[in-house]
Write a protein of this length. Structure first.
Length: 216
């Protein structure tokens, strides 16, 4: 169920009988046809266990189940929208960045410390982002939100990518993350930018970065 880009802040999805998609509550802008919207209480395709895991992890962004026959336009808060097509791989994304996604995708939660060790835990405490990240796996489309648009940066074994944690939106591929410090003499004397921490992503994959450090 791919998304069609209307403009930089709106996308449209075709809803067909027997199919469904999930969206963040309040993201529906308009629709045509016979389409229903109901609160999702089962944690998406991951089931009740996935829902409980996300709630314990503070990753439980309220979702709506969208079903029927018609087309729906999505957008939220004037944020820029970026679409990602998955072909059996996994997208790791901050829960509050999700706008809408294909109902066939399996949703879960990953503890960031399992990838970054102690540094993964520190990332959540220092940056204000969760210790857990939502995962979407399978074949389907995902629409994510960001401030000022999204750029895709390739990650290769020879060239890891360093990202400001507040600018991080999502990543995919065989990627490991850890929080590194960038403390220099300017920070010591109070003349630095304040960006003393960087999220280092290494391996093989792609990271999606927003063009602003603001939170959604």
């Amino acid at each position: 169920m791919p998304f069609t880009r209307i403009n930089s802040k709106m996308v449209e999805a075709q809803v067909l009988p027997g199919q469904r998609l999930f969206s963040q509550r309040g993201a529906m802008l308009a629709y045509k046809g016979n389409v229903s919207f109901t609160p999702n209480m089962q944690g998406g395709q991951g089931g009740i266990g996935s829902m409980i895991g996300r709630r314990l992890a503070n990753e439980a962004t309220p979702l709506m189940t969208v079903e029927g026959h018609g087309s729906v336009m999505f957008g939220h808060g004037g944020h820029h929208v970026h679409c990602v097509d998955l072909s059996g791989d996994t997208l790791y994304v901050e829960a509050d960045r999700l706008l809408a996604f294909d109902g066939s995708l399996r949703q879960g939660t990953m503890f960031m410390g399992s990838q970054g060790g102690v540094m993964g835990v520190i990332r959540g405490q220092v940056t204000g982002q969760g210790l857990f990240t939502t995962t979407l796996q399978g074949h389907g489309a995902v629409a994510v939100m960001a401030h000022g648009g999204v750029i895709e940066l390739p990650i290769t074994p020879q060239r890891p990518v360093h990202v400001d944690p507040q600018a991080y939106v999502a990543h995919r591929g065989d990627v490991r993350n850890k929080l590194s410090t960038a403390l220099g003499w300017r920070d010591m004397v109070g003349r630095g930018s304040g960006e003393a921490f960087q999220l280092e992503l290494s391996g093989q994959g792609t990271v999606y970065v927003q063009a602003s450090e603001e939170k959604l």
